[in-house]
Ligand binder design. Structure first.
Ligand code: SAH
Ligand code: SF4
Ligand code: F3S
Length: 420
């Protein structure tokens, strides 16, 4: 049996697709990357914005055509949109054989295997290469925050911290298999609590694993970023100097309407603390433009905040009303054209700042971890999460911590040579 898995959505979905792939390989199922080679097509979906759902629908639409040519191929839709829309997807698309919502996550592999209980793959072609340089480990499922725009608590359910011993074992297993960097995942990782173990003590324990070189975690909610955690980032050498800290807006009126539970001043104070304790820290963020009742003044507050803070990286989204959320009861009163306009203003400024930051890195020697190799190029990441490309490189350097001298920069990326 050969399967293809296509993933839409956040890092968590990517992680869950990986976990599913690993489970399917235990059933001797082989992953392929070409749709025409697949006996099963799995689509892992996202509901966070209407655009993400549109993307899934158009993907399924394309598969419908494929299924007309090859009726034996099985189509499985999993993840957040599968949870939200459930059987409606099956009703609308005759080609879909199975829909598995995210709450069924522990049964994904078994249900998929049951769907196609026929022959297994020829063992000659079975490659079970689970060794990954960077591995993702989910430590919290769901979310309790109910930001007024967000569908995640509705599809993923209430926040549950996973057993710390299971997490540690999983991390150990990855490191034994060659993982150098672990990324801990959760919608709100820093609120982790399992028995006596909180996020700081969990991170401390994971950092003790021999052979682990780097640790990252995301996403951090500003309201739960403790001084203790900032100290730990400053003092624990394995923790990367990068924090993704979604601000969403620079206007206190909008932050309140979003139910983010902090003010802009509080956020600024966090940035100050982080930069004081960890001077080289890279701070990235998420911004929503065109939230209901966002006036020119509110938008300008966000714009000024971005100029003031100078984020190392930024994702900006047009507000998209989601069913069941509190904000969906508010009038979506910023016209689409204006949302687009605000988005491009933010993006231009963010790109300008990012270019300035990366160009100031030219000439410096930075420590990187190499995590990918193609076309004679090594791809690597700095401790602060910046991508560095090393051209004409040797594959033997893959998975290594190296010093690289930065020779050139583009908007978000760096190019350099290994220093020996
Ligand atoms: N748990 C994380 C991220 C969740 S989704 C956090 O709290 O930051 C990732 C990003 O999508 C959010 O940070 C937000 O900026 C954006 N987002 C979520 N819902 C949205 C919506 N309805 N419309 C537009 N952007 C949205
Ligand atoms: Fe959504 Fe807010 Fe939870 Fe993030 S913290 S997943 S934005 S409700
Ligand atoms: Fe992630 Fe999208 Fe679900 S952002 S949690 S895959 S709704």
């Amino acid at each position: 049996m050969k399967y293809l898995i296509e993933t839409i959505g956040c890092q968590m979905n990517v992680c869950e697709s990986d976990t599913l792939s690993e489970a399917l390989s235990d059933y001797e199922m082989l992953k392929v990357s070409n749709v025409s080679d697949a006996d099963i097509i799995i689509l892992n979906t996202c509901s966070v914005r209407s655009q993400a759902e549109q993307k899934a629908f158009s993907y399924i639409g394309r598969i419908e055509d494929l299924k007309k040519q090859n009726p034996n191929v099985k189509v499985v839709v999993i993840g957040c949109m599968a949870e939200r829309l459930g059987t409606k997807i099956r009703k609308r698309f005759k080609s879909v054989d199975l829909v598995l919502g995210i709450k069924d996550i522990d049964k994904f592999a078994l249900k998929i295997v049951n769907l196609c209980k026929f022959n297994t793959v020829n063992s000659d072609v079975l490659v079970n290469n689970t060794s990954q340089i960077i591995s993702y480990v989910t430590i919290i499922r769901g979310c309790n925050n109910f930001c007024s725009y967000c569908v995640v608590p509705f599809v993923r359910g209430r926040e549950v911290s996973l057993d710390n011993q299971t997490i540690l074992n999983q991390c150990q297993k990855f490191v034994q298999n060659g993982t150098k960097e672990i990324m801990l995942l959760g919608q709100n990782v820093n609120s982790y609590k399992y028995g006596q173990t909180n996020f700081v003590s969990l991170v401390r324990d994971i950092c003790k694993i021999d052979g682990l070189k780097r640790l990252r975690f995301m996403t951090n909610h500003p309201k739960d970023l403790s001084d203790e955690l900032i100290e730990l980032i400053a003092n624990e050498k394995k923790i990367c100097h990068h924090i993704h800290l979604p601000m969403q807006s620079g206007s206190n009126k909008i932050l309140k309407a979003m139910n983010r539970k902090y003010t802009y001043e509080y956020y600024l104070e966090l940035v100050y603390k982080l930069r004081t304790k960890v001077p080289e820290i890279s701070i990235t963020t998420d911004i929503i433009v065109g939230f209901p009742e966002e006036t020119d003044k509110d938008f300008n507050d966000t714009f000024e905040a971005i100029k003031n803070i100078r984020f190392d990286g930024l994702y900006v989204f047009k507000y998209s009303p989601r069913p069941n959320t509190k904000a969906s009861n508010m009038l979506d009163d910023v016209p689409l054209e204006e949302k687009k306009n605000r988005l491009s203003i933010i993006l231009n400024e963010a790109n300008k700042i990012s270019s300035e930051i990366v160009s100031s890195m030219v000439g410096k020697t930075l420590e990187v971890l190499t995590d990918n190799f193609y076309d004679n190029t090594l791809e690597a990441k700095t401790k602060s999460g910046r991508k560095v490309f090393i051209k004409n490189a040797n594959k033997d350097y893959l998975g290594k911590i190296l010093n690289v001298c930065i020779e050139e920069s583009k908007v978000h990326s760096l190019f350099g040579n290994i220093v020996v």
